[in-house]
Each structure stands twice: as structure tokens, then as C-alpha cells.
Design a protein around this ligand. Structure first.
Ligand code: PMP
Length: 402
């Protein structure tokens, strides 16, 4: 069992805090905060432009973050790792730049459990370029995404499958490994939204024998500062794409008549990047690896399963999770109490959860609901947090006299 609250200053500053909202954004350990604060005090300068010590040292750290991120993903081509602002920007970049290579009648497959970040950019692209957007549905009973529900949508016109590795609402893990293999064979591109998967599981794409065309995730959900996201793309695909943003740092040469773009990764990193946030990502990955991602998965799974078991024992509580969940995501409702009221009453007990549509309105509607309460467990949570959640949920029922 992990016992890591002491590594995270937020818990010292807020005694009794029961933070169950890491699915939205994770807390930051001293290991990350102190390093970055020190970096700003002693070293900060812009990257790539200066020959002086501070600029040079900042550039070394920035480049090290890219190498570490490539290692974390288990990909060899370091320069195919692009830093963006977040998952949303990474997907928009692909929808804009890769989207330009698609033509009328081409088809894109997404699933019903996508976060809006992996739906709206494709919807807009489909409208702009007259493409067909096809939806793979989750099984309403098991809350899983059977592979046939995706493969049956594939035709000769399918150009891209954009798939969440893990649903931010249900905790359902999609069959992304098999989909990558099938798509690879058929020459279909795959984008994996790893926002809810990468922070919680050890994964090495090379060892798995798959090479997705795009993988995206956000640093802030894996204990880095907010403001940095990742886009890994296959070099052969990225090379054919036009830049998303243009300006400084992404050029080879510029004249009044024309511009030559820089090679990867600069081609997709126009302007001054979020330097401190990128460096915080390096330290966050180091921290998670020092704990062990396999241990993190085991720990949060244990907490979520305990929470699910205890929640189901309470009359009127419905949990929306597949069997044998393998992460810390627990969505639930209480008959007769709106999830926003649940979240408000829990907040009074310092139990921080989230309520609403979770940026997945089509999924929630498909499941016949209008909102869920969602508790998410991460490496710093413990059984005491489960206890507090259960106690607070019981209090909700008392407040509503149910
Ligand atoms: N995809 C999934 C599955 C998510 O959970 C989230 C964040 N809730 C996003 C994409 C978007 O991430 P960000 O807000 O960091 O861009």
C-alpha cells in the first residue's frame, strides 16, 4: 500500500483534505514544485536562443524533458515528441494539420465514450471537409467497448480511428492495443487519447509491438504543472503534415517570399514554449517512475474497488463502472439527489469530487443520465479517503432524508 500524502504539500497545508478529483487534475509533489521553483530562482532563461549559461542550462533541461517523455512512452524517436499546451491542443493540432490531408467522403471513427476534446475537433473537421464521423458504442450492460463495435465500422474509406485509451467517466479501458494492430495492417491511422491512461499505467509501445500514429496526453494529470501537453506522432506522418501554429522557432529560413519550416520537433513548437511546465513534466515522470507506475495502478485500483464495493452496499447508490476496473475512476449516482448536490454536500466534509457531464455529454446522454458524481483515486489517496467518501455519501442521504 502506498503512503505518499507526505510528498504532497497540499495535504499539509489543508489538514483533513480528501482529494478525489485527480481525474480532473492531479496534485503536485514537493519533488516537482521545489525543483521548478529553484530553477526559476537560479537558472531561468528562454531556450534555444542564447549562448550564455542560463539559456544553455535551460535548453539542456528542456531537451532532457523530451528524452524522458519518449522513454516514458517507450518510443525511440525523441524528436517525434512534441510539447503542446494540453491534450486538447494536441488533438486540435492533429485535427487541423493531419485533417488537411483528408478529402471528401473519408471516414473517421471515434467512440461514444470520448471526452469532448476527442470529439469536437473531429466533428468540426468532418463538417469542414465533408467527412463521415462514425461512432462506436459502449455496451450499456457491461459498460465495456467491445472491439467488434469498432471493427464493424471500418470500411475502405476509414482514414483515422481516434480512441480514448481510458474513459474519464467510466474508467473503461478500450481495446486500443488490438485496434492499433488491426489499423496498422489496414493502413488506417490511429490517435490514442491517453489523458486518463498515461498517468496511471506502465506502458511501453515498443514492447507491446504497436506503433500508434499519434498519442496525446496532459502533464497536469500526472503531477506536472499545468500548461504542458504531449503529442507523439510517427515521423513519417508528422513530416507530411503542415504546421499548426507558425511564427518564431519553427522555421529553417524566412524571406519575404517564403518560409522553410524547421525539422521535427520545432516545426510544431512555434513561439516560446511553456518552459517551466515542460521541466516540471520531466520531474513528474521521474517522481512517478520512482514510485513505480505498476504500483500506482495496483494502489488506485484497490482503492476504487473498495469504494465501489462500499458504495454498492448503500441503498439508492448506483455505480457506473465495468467489472474488474483497473484504475481509480468511480462514477456514481444516488437516487433522488442531483450529483451537483452530492458534490456540494461532500465538499462540506472536505471530500472533493466532481459532478456533471465530465465533458462527455454524448456518453452520459447515451446512458440515459443527465449527470454523474465522480470520485477519482490516485497515488496519494488511501483507505481513509474511501472511508471519508462513504461517510459523506451516507450524510447526503441523511440531509435529503432518504
Ligand atoms: N481526454 C480525456 C480522456 C480527458 O479526461 C481529458 C481531461 N479531462 C482530456 C482529454 C482533455 O485534457 P486537457 O483538459 O488537459 O486538455
Amino acid at each position: 500500500m502506498l503512503d505518499l500524502k507526505k510528498d504532497f504539500p497540499i495535504f499539509k497545508e489543508n489538514p483533513g483534505l480528501c482529494f478525489l478529483d485527480s481525474g480532473a487534475s492531479a496534485q503536485k509533489p514537493s519533488y516537482v514544485i521545489d525543483f521548478v521553483a529553484d530553477f526559476y530562482r537560479t537558472t531561468y532563461a528562454n531556450i534555444h536562443r542564447g549562448v550564455y549559461k542560463q539559456s544553455w542550462e535551460t535548453t539542456v533541461l528542456y531537451d532532457r524533458a523530451r528524452e524522458k517523455t519518449a522513454e516514458f512512452l517507450g518510443v525511440e524517436d525523441v524528436d517525434s515528441v512534441i510539447f503542446t499546451k494540453n491534450t486538447t491542443e494536441s488533438i486540435n493540432l492533429v485535427a487541423y494539420s493531419f485533417g488537411e490531408t483528408l478529402t471528401e467522403g473519408d471516414e473517421i471513427i471515434v467512440s461514444i465514450m470520448e471526452h469532448h476534446a476527442n470529439l469536437v475537433p473531429w466533428q468540426m473537421l468532418a463538417q469542414r471537409k465533408k467527412l463521415k464521423l462514425k461512432i462506436a458504442y459502449v455496451n450499456k450492460e457491461t459498460l465495456t467497448l467491445p472491439i467488434e463495435n469498432i471493427t464493424k465500422l471500418i470500411t475502405d474509406k476509414t482514414k483515422l480511428i481516434a480512441l480514448s485509451m481510458c474513459s474519464n467517466v467510466l474508467g473503461t479501458i478500450s481495446p486500443f492495443v488490438e485496434i492499433c494492430k488491426i489499423a496498422n495492417e489496414k493502413g488506417i491511422r490511429v490517435l490514442l487519447d491517453g489523458a486518463q491512461y498515461m498517468p496511471h499505467h506502465k506502458i511501453n509501445f515498443k514492447e507491446l509491438g504497436i506503433n500508434p500514429d499519434f498519442v496525446v496526453f496532459s502533464g497536469h494529470k500526472l503531477c506536472s504543472f499545468d500548461g504542458v501537453g504531449v503529442l507523439y506522432g510517427k515521423r513519417e506522418v508528422l513530416d507530411k503534415m503542415q504546421p499548426f501554429l507558425t511564427g518564431g522557432d519553427m522555421i529553417e529560413s524566412v524571406s519575404i517570399e517564403k518560409t522553410e519550416f524547421a525539422p521535427l520537433p520545432n516545426k510544431f513548437e512555434a513561439g516560446t514554449p511553456p518552459i517551466g511546465a515542460v521541466i516540471s513534466l520531466l520531474k513528474a515522470i521521474e517522481y512517478l517512475e520512482s514510485v513505480g507506475l505498476d504500483k500506482i495502478e495496483q494502489h488506485e485500483t484497490m482503492l476504487a474497488r473498495e469504494a465501489i464495493k462500499r458504495l454498492k452496499e448503500i441503498e439508492g447508490v448506483r455505480v457506473f463502472a465495468p467489472e474488474n476496473i483497473k484504475n481509480g475512476i468511480v462514477s456514481f449516482t444516488i437516487d433522488g439527489i442531483h450529483p451537483h448536490d452530492i458534490a456540494t454536500i461532500l465538499a462540506e466534509e472536505k471530500v472533493c469530487i466532481r459532478a456533471g457531464m465530465h465533458c462527455a455529454e454524448p456518453l452520459i446522454t447515451y446512458l440515459g443520465q443527465d449527470s454523474f458524481a465522480r470520485a477519482t483515486f490516485y497515488l496519494y489517496n488511501d483507505l481513509d479517503d474511501v472511508e471519508k467518501l462513504i461517510k459523506a455519501v451516507k450524510r447526503c442521504k441523511e440531509v435529503f432524508k432518504l
